[in-house]
Design a protein around this ligand. Structure first.
Ligand code: XMP
Length: 513
C-alpha cells in the first residue's frame, strides 16, 4: 500500500494533515519525529510530511529530523515548524517573527508552479506561528509571501523538498486540499486509492485475531456515532461474545437513554442497561474543577464497568476486554502523541485509572469522525445515529460550570431539549455541526411579572466544524435565536437569561470545560 508518512512534531493539527491526505484517498500514517532514516526507509513512504509544532527549531530539546532522511530521496513537505526545520537543515535561517501570527492571512503567490499550481495570485490561508524563515536555504525558490511573512513558502530547485509556513490541512485554508493534491500526485506521484469503508473486512479480521483469546468483551455504548460503530464492528467480528452495555450516568441529554435502547434493539444487538446516576452524582459532589470532573467521571465509569463485568462473569463466564469508541481526535487532544501540549483529558483516553481489570481495545483509534461515519454507513447503521452530533463522554457535566447536581442536570436537560427542538423545527439540525446549551454558575436579575427575579444564566453554543479540531460559531438566524431564548425564559423555571457564545476554536474549545 502506497503511503504518506507524517512526522508529528507536536502540532495541534497533525492528525488533520493525515485526515486531509486520506480525504484525497491516499493512505497516511502519523509517526514519531524520533524515527531514524533507516526506520523510515523500511516503512517505504512515497512522501514525508513534517508537521507543525509548538517549539522553536533552535530551542534546546526541540524535536529534530534525522538529517540522513534527506538522503533517502523521498519527497518532503514541511508545514510551519516543518518548514522551519527544513529551512534550517538546508542552510537557511529561522528567527522569532517580529509579529506572531494566528488566524487568517492572505498569501501572494510568487511561484505558481509545482506545489502551488492551480492557486490564484492571492489566496486566504491559516497561520499559527511565532517563528519564521528569514533567509531561504541556498538555491531554494521563493513560493509565496504574506504581509507579515516574506517567506511563506519555498521549494528546492528539483521540486522534491517543498515547505509552507501556513496550514493547508485546516478548513480555513480554502485551497489547502489543492496544495496537498499537488504534493501527493505531482511531487510524490501517488497512484493508489485508499478509502476507510474499504477497510472494514481487514478491521474485522484484525479484531477476530486480536480477540480470539477473549472470552467476553464489554463495550459501553452511549448511542453516539463512535461507540455504536465500534460495537457493530466488534459484533461483526466476535458476535455475541460482545456485550454492549449502556451505562446511564445521569449526565445524558433528555430521553437519550430510551432512544439508545430502541436503536440497539433495531441493530440486533442485545443491549444491557445499567442505571448508575446515583454513583456519578455522589462522586461529583462538591467538584467544580473541570479536569477533576472528567477524572472522576472516567474513574466512576470504569468502576461501574468492572462491577458490571463481575455480574456478567457470574452469569456468562470471563469478561476480559473493554472495547472503546476512541477516535483519532480524542487521542491527539489528550496529548497522546509526543510533543503535543495537554489540552483536556477526555474521559475515554486520559482519565483511566492506573489499575484496571480489563485490557482495552480501541478499533476506531486510527479513524477520524468522518471516516467512522463512512464505516458506520457501510455497516448498515441508521442515518439517525450516523448523522448525530458529537456528544462528550463526560456528558452534560462539562456543560454545567461549577458543581454538577441532579437538579442542575435536569435544568440543563430542559434547556437543551428546547434548543434541539427549535433547531430541528427550523430544519437546521443537519447544517449545524454541533449545538448545545451550557449552564453558567452566575445569576442575573430579571423582571417576572411584577416581581424581581434572580435566576440562572444559560449559554447557547452552536459551531461549524469539520472534525472538532477547529470551529467557528454558527450564524443563527435571529428569529430562531429569539424563539429559543423566549421559550427558555418562559418555560424553564429558574433560568432568566440566555446568552449566545461567539467564540471560535482556537482559542476557545467547543465545550466550555
Ligand atoms: P473541545 O471542547 O475539545 O471538543 O473543543 C472537541 C470535540 O470533542 C467533543 N468532546 C469530547 N468527546 N469525550 C469525547 O468523546 C470527551 O471527553 C470530550 N470532550 C469534548 C466535543 O463535544 C467536540 O465535539
Amino acid at each position: 500500500m502506497e503511503k504518506i508518512l507524517i512526522l508529528d512534531f507536536g502540532g495541534q493539527y497533525t492528525k488533520l494533515i493525515a485526515k486531509s491526505v486520506r480525504e484525497l484517498e491516499v493512505y497516511a500514517e502519523v509517526g514519531s519525529p524520533d524515527l531514524t532514516a533507516d526506520q523510515i526507509c523500511v516503512m517505504k513512504p512515497k512522501g514525508l510530511i513534517l508537521s507543525g509544532g509548538p517549539n522553536s527549531v533552535y530551542a534546546p530539546n526541540a524535536p529534530q529530523l534525522d538529517r540522513r532522511v534527506y538522503d533517502l530521496n523521498i519527497p518532503i513537505l514541511g508545514i510551519c515548524y516543518g518548514m522551519q526545520l527544513m529551512a534550517r537543515d538546508f542552510g537557511g535561517e529561522v528567527i522569532r517573527a517580529a509579529k506572531r501570527e494566528y488566524g487568517t492571512a492572505t498569501i501572494e503567490v510568487c511561484q505558481p508552479d509545482a506545489l502551488l499550481q492551480g492557486l490564484e495570485q492571492t489566496e486566504r490561508v491559516w497561520m499559527s506561528h511565532g517563528d519564521e524563515v528569514r533567509t531561504l536555504p541556498p538555491k531554494f525558490l521563493h513560493l509565496a509571501r504574506t504581509e507579515n511573512v516574506t517567506y511563506a513558502g519555498m521549494i528546492s530547485p528539483d521540486r522534491k523538498y517543498a515547505a509552507i509556513q501556513f496550514h493547508p490541512e485546516v478548513h480555513h485554508t480554502p485551497k489547502g486540499k489543492q496544495i496537498l493534491r499537488n504534493f501527493l500526485f505531482d511531487i510524490c506521484k501517488i497512484s493508489e486509492c485508499w478509502r476507510p469503508a474499504d477497510q472494514i473486512e481487514e478491521a474485522v479480521r484484525t479484531l477476530r485475531e486480536q480477540l480470539k483469546e477473549a472470552k467476553h468483551c464489554l463495550i459501553g455504548v452511549s448511542g453516539g456515532v463512535d461507540s455504536s460503530v465500534a460495537a457493530v464492528l466488534v459484533h461483526r467480528a466476535i458476535g455475541d461474545r460482545l456485550i454492549p452495555v449502556f451505562i446511564d450516568t445521569g449526565l445524558l441529554r433528555k430521553n437519550e437513554g430510551q432512544r439508545t435502547k430502541q436503536v440497539f434493539e433495531k441493530l440486533g444487538l442485545n443491549l444491557r442497561c445499567v442505571d448508575a446516576g446515583d454513583r456519578f452524582f455522589e462522586n461529583l459532589r462538591g467538584v467544580t474543577d473541570p479536569e477533576e470532573k472528567r477524572k472522576r467521571i472516567g474513574e466512576t465509569f470504569i468502576r461501574v464497568f468492572e462491577e458490571e463485568a463481575g455480574h456478567f462473569e457470574q452469569e456468562l463466564g470471563k469478561v476480559d476486554v473493554l472495547v472503546q469508541g476512541t477516535i483519532y481526535s480524542d487521542v491527539i487532544e489528550s496529548a497522546g502523541t509526543k510533543g503535543a501540549e495537554k489540552i483536556k483529558s477526555h474521559h475515554n483516553v486520559g482519565g483511566l485509572p492506573g489499575k484496571m481489570l480489563f485490557s482495552i481495545v480501541e478499533p476506531l483509534r486510527a479513524y477520524f469522525k468522518d471516516e467512522v461515519r463512512q464505516i458506520g454507513l457501510k455497516l448498515g447503521i441508521p442515518e439517525e445515529i450516523i448523522g448525530e452530533q458529537p456528544f462528550p463522554g463526560p456528558g452534560l457535566a462539562v456543560r454545567i460550570i461549577g458543581e454538577v447536581t441532579r437538579e442542575r442536570v435536569a435544568l440543563l436537560q430542559t434547556v437543551d431539549a428546547i434548543l434541539r427542538e427549535e433547531v430541528q423545527r427550523a430544519t437546521l439540525h443537519r447544517t449545524i455541526w454541533q449545538y448545545f446549551a451550557v449552564l453558567l454558575p452566575v445569576r442575573s436579575v430579571a423582571i417576572l411579572g411584577d416581581s424581581r427575579g434572580y435566576g440562572q444564566v444559560a449559554a447557547l453554543r452552536a459551531v461549524h466544524s469539520v472534525d472538532g479540531m477547529t470551529a467557528s460559531w454558527y450564524h443563527f438566524p435571529y428569529a430562531v435565536l429569539e424563539k429559543i431564548s423566549t421559550r427558555i425564559t418562559n418555560e424553564v423555571e429558574g433560568v432568566t437569561r440566555v446568552v449566545y457564545d461567539i467564540t471560535t476554536k482556537p482559542p476557545g474549545t467547543i465545550e466550555w470545560e
